[in-house]
Design a protein. Structure first.
Length: 144
């Protein structure tokens, strides 16, 4: 499954698999969910920058399409890719997603924002980056 790639050799296989696909096929593949998560959501959750960049740049993956991911044994429903990257502490992915237009204040189904997720998990460089780029800290469900 393309959402579970975890090393460079598999990334090369992903490129071979997707490079010559028709646009319609790519859209279907990158928006399909496996266990509730899109390939981009899983790449952001697991810190696979090269895969995420490829999915966005070459395949047109939607930087806002949410999915379900597991953090600390709990399933988070409706998590946007930016939330996943922020919660997992992947600053480079956070920067990539923001650069590509991800909404800073997009929420999970429980209204948790990327800023709240980064605060909760102690990812202070991500907190700083998000605030500097306009994340709304007054409505980020920081106190619960």
């Amino acid at each position: 499954e393309i959402c579970c790639l975890n090393n460079y050799n598999y990334f090369l296989l992903l490129q071979v698999f997707l490079d010559d696909r028709e646009k319609h096929d790519l859209e279907q593949l990158v928006s399909a969910k496996t266990h509730g998560a899109t390939p981009l959501v899983m790449a952001c959750r697991n810190g696979h920058y090269d895969v995420a960049e490829y999915l966005i740049e070459k395949c047109g993956a939607d930087v806002e399409q949410p999915g379900s991911v597991v953090f600390d044994g709990e399933t988070i429903e409706g998590a946007p890719p930016l939330w996943c990257a922020a919660a997992a502490g992947h600053l480079a992915l956070v920067k990539l997603l923001v650069k590509r237009g991800a909404k800073l204040n997009a929420t999970t189904k429980t209204n948790s924002t990327p800023l709240r997720a980064a605060c909760f998990d102690g990812h202070f460089e991500i907190v700083k980056f998000l605030v500097q780029h306009g994340a709304d800290f007054l409505n980020s469900k920081l106190i619960n």
